[in-house]
Design a protein around this ligand. Structure first.
Ligand code: SAT
Ligand code: MN
Length: 590
């Protein structure tokens, strides 16, 4: 009898009608064969899938140019299809599973005609960990097959481990005809199935990432008692060599990757990287919170990545030994055949192609690289990779950082009074939108725990789940809030960010050990200036005061906005929040 996995692949092939089926073994040799095919044979919209870049300066690097309509996540076309609409909640687009499948079946009929269907067996997490998730994705484009090999643990042994089992997570992906009208990214949490058609972009197409490790996994976590979060994981080593672990949630394109690889400006401090996007969190037998990163690579934003902002990433991108490095929608310096993006060098190269391959002429407001252009690179090449990265148990977490992009109101850092208050503040969190999703950029929206686009069930229940986890933790990590993006009246950033963020991390870690002073404000505990490391910090004292300030008189609108957001979730909102809301409201009134 055919194995469940073979049966499923067969079914998909009958519907999508590929010219051939190819089972990937995840080897290096295979990746190069697929890239070669993407350079010479395979086309999207008549254009090659890959272009070779300068192999001397950027070993093993290749460029991919996407269809111009396919450059970011499309939240309006993303659906979470529980059989009950309420389970998906107002935070998700919803369609009844049967109806959704009918629609997708129509869209997928013959969608792989003339193409190869690649079968990708992969694991999210260390395969030896009891928390690992075994998955199979099919796709009809080499770009996705190669990207998945970089981003996940993919290979033959996964297939062996799946064997005759039928409980693997399924991902059906086809780029279809790339027409946005026929694009859908649909999740079926009750069947552990993702069905994505019409897009080749990261979050829409690399199904191990947001679709499986956040939307499906968050729902599994809800049922099983753990959390899947949009968080980086880092170890912070102090001058005595002691390492403390932190997780931090920030919305897409708000500097998570840079924070995960921060190069400290404070002597003696060092950051160890465990993950830059996703963390799975569990309550350990010791009553502490433990974190693992299910991914195996970085899918980071290129613009702004440079030797002065994130030197470790530039190093990572230039290793090129473990896996190929892919660049998507960056520019190209045609004199050297090197990738280029805004920020990589101060000056524009003399001869530059933009992200669509057209000659670039520098003009105000025009960028050579797409604002959401990306690199895909193996985490193993990271010079600051933590020794604990592969630990199947993960690392114990001392502090949780939640943040957003806020040009005003929110101070650089503050600490919540306790777990419940922290969850409440995290639920209120807002952030200005970025180019990582196709919608207006720079608009303030509520983005609780940076999970709004990724929570695979009703967010009201999600808040309640966080509170429940808190009750199970005997030693709960403290919860902090950060905002690197506060501006002054003239629109200039008040805080230099990047390597200087170590000062904030240092205060946070000292707070987790009760070693630093704080000042109580209505919204939480902010650093006392004497407890915040300013030695060697080169910014006006006035900026520092402004960036820490809590304008208690200006919170009216924030509370109204949060209240309107909470109302959407109705009876799913945890009752405990009412009390938190009343306390805060009263404090801010007096
Ligand atoms: O495209 S992804 O969703 O993988 C990146 C992001 O938006 O965080
Ligand atoms: Mn992300």
């Amino acid at each position: 009898m055919a194995k469940a996995i073979e049966k499923w692949v067969d079914e998909v092939a009958q519907l999508t009608e590929p010219k051939q089926i190819y089972w990937c073994d995840g080897s290096d040799e295979e990746a190069h064969r697929l890239i070669e095919k993407g350079i010479k044979e395979e086309k999207i919209d008549g254009k090659p899938v890959f272009y070779e870049l300068n192999q001397k300066n950027w070993p093993n690097s290749y460029l991919h140019r996407s269809h111009p309509s396919d450059v970011a996540r499309t939240e309006n076309l993303t659906f979470v299809c529980h059989s009950n609409k309420e389970t998906s909640g107002p935070n998700n687009n919803w369609m009844a599973p049967d109806e959704a499948k009918k629609l997708l079946t129509g869209l997928s009929k013959g969608s792989m005609r003339g193409r190869t269907m690649y079968v990708l067996p992969f694991v999210m997490g260390n395969p030896d960990s009891p928390f690992a998730k075994f998955c199979v994705q099919v796709t009809d484009i080499t770009y996705v097959a190669v990207s998945m090999r970089i981003m996940t643990r993919m290979g033959k042994d996964t297939l062996e481990r799946i064997g005759n089992r039928s409980d693997f997570i399924k991902g059906l992906h086809s780029i279809g005809d790339l027409n946005p009208e026929r694009r859908r990214i649909m999740h079926f949490p009750e069947e552990n199935l993702i069905w994505s058609i019409g897009s080749g972009y990261g979050g829409n197409a690399l199904l191990g990432k947001k679709c499986i490790s956040l939307r499906l996994a968050s729902y599994m976590g809800y049922k099983e008692g753990w959390l899947a979060e949009h968080m980086i994981i880092i170890g912070v080593e102090d001058p005595n060599g002691k390492v403390d672990y932190l997780v931090a949630a920030l919305p897409s394109a708000c500097g998570k990757t840079n924070l995960a690889m921060l190069r400290s400006t404070l002597p003696g401090y060092k950051i160890w990287t465990l993950g830059d996007d996703i963390a799975w969190l569990r309550v350990g037998q010791d009553g502490r919170l433990w974190a693992t990163n299910p991914e195996n690579g970085f899918f980071g934003v290129a613009p702004g990545t440079a030797m002065n902002t994130n030197p470790s990433m530039i190093e990572t991108l230039k290793v090129g030994t473990f896996y190929p490095t892919l660049f998507t929608n960056t520019g190209v310096n045609t004199d050297t055949n090197e990738p280029w993006w805004e920020g990589l060098s101060e000056d524009y190269p003399a001869n530059l192609l933009d992200w669509q391959g057209n000659k670039f002429a520098a003009k105000e407001g025009k960028n050579a690289a797409h604002a959401n252009s990306r690199f895909t690179v193996s985490i193993k090449q990271c010079p600051t990779l933590s020794r604990e990265f592969n630990n199947p148990e993960g690392v114990p977490i001392s502090g949780i950082i939640l943040g957003g992009r806020r040009s005003s109101l929110i101070p650089l850092v503050y600490e919540s009074f306790d777990w419940k208050h922290g969850v409440f503040c995290g639920a209120m969190m807002g952030s200005e939108t970025t180019a990582a999703a196709t919608s207006a950029v720079g608009q303030l929206r509520r983005d609780p725990m940076a999970m709004l686009p990724f929570c695979g069930y009703n967010m009201g229940d999600y808040f309640g789940h966080w509170l429940k986890i808190g009750k199970k933790l005997q030693i709960p990590p403290k919860i902090f809030f950060v905002n690197w993006f506060r501006k002054d009246e003239s629109g200039k950033f008040l805080w230099p960010g990047y390597g200087e963020n170590i000062r904030v991390l240092k205060w946070i870690i000292e707070r987790t050990k009760n070693q630093a002073e704080s000042t109580e404000t209505h919204i939480g505990l902010t650093p006392s200036l004497s407890s915040f490391e300013t030695e060697g910090l080169n910014i006006p004292a006035e900026n520092l005061k402004k960036v820490f300030s809590v304008d208690e008189g200006k919170w009216d609108k924030e509370l109204q906005d949060a209240e309107a957001f909470f109302e959407k979730f109705g009876k799913h909102m945890p009752k405990e929040f009412n009390r938190e809301f009343d306390i805060l409201e009263k404090k801010l009134k007096t």
